[in-house]
Design a protein around this ligand. Structure first.
Ligand code: SF4
Length: 104
């Protein structure tokens, strides 16, 4: 998706979920706690089902679901991923809500 289009779309959402599929180790926790959003693929890594690919194997998903709720399945997936490859950020503030810290 072109960057301007992505920024335009982003304005309508509260959170962005980012998934670094390259570094997924196939631990399956995400698919276990949130089978609606994560499914295991034949290659042993998880797919972010409704995600869009930003660039090679980096996926994102905008959402207005309440990610402050520790019981939210998507948030639980981010919190439980042992590889730390799922990150949820509040768009308006850039605050990391759950999951992996920004990679340096
Ligand atoms: S929990 Fe993390 S490492 Fe495990 S399959 Fe899901 S994304 Fe990959």
């Amino acid at each position: 998706m072109p960057e301007e289009q992505q920024l335009e779309q982003q304005k309508n959402y509260k959170y962005v979920v980012e998934y670094d599929r390259t570094n997924c180790i196939g631990a399956e926790m995400c698919a276990f706690v949130d089978p609606e959003n994560f499914k295991m693929n034949e290659d042993g890594k998880a797919d972010l089902v409704h995600g869009k690919e930003k660039e090679g194997n980096q996926f994102f998903l905008f959402t207005n679901d309440n990610m402050e709720d520790m019981g939210n399945p998507l948030r639980r997936a981010a919190d439980s991923c042992p590889a730390g490859v799922i990150r949820i950020t509040e768009i308006s503030t850039g605050r990391r809500v759950a999951g992996a810290p920004e990679r340096k």
